[in-house]
Design a protein around this ligand. Structure first.
Ligand code: ZN
Length: 68
């Protein structure tokens, strides 16, 4: 589980977003990365600069991996 740094609830790791936040208040530069839940990425857009990583959809992809 991962704790959202905004609402402090716990979520499954695979559902977490990683967002970039400024090191200093009102800075436009990403200073560090922190986990955010989906709700917070949508509701608190001003709490972070940008989304660094989105959770992967749980679909199985057809890739080059072959099952035997
Ligand atoms: Zn949250």
């Amino acid at each position: 589980m991962t704790i959202c740094s905004n609402c402090l609830d716990e979520f499954p790791d695979k559902e977490m977003y990683i967002v970039g936040k400024p090191m200093m208040w009102e800075s436009d530069e990403v200073g560090y990365y922190t986990p955010f839940c989906k709700d917070c990425t949508m509701k608190d857009k001003e709490a972070y600069i940008k989304i660094i990583k989105e959770p992967q959809p749980p679909k199985k992809r057809k890739t080059t991996k072959k099952k035997k």
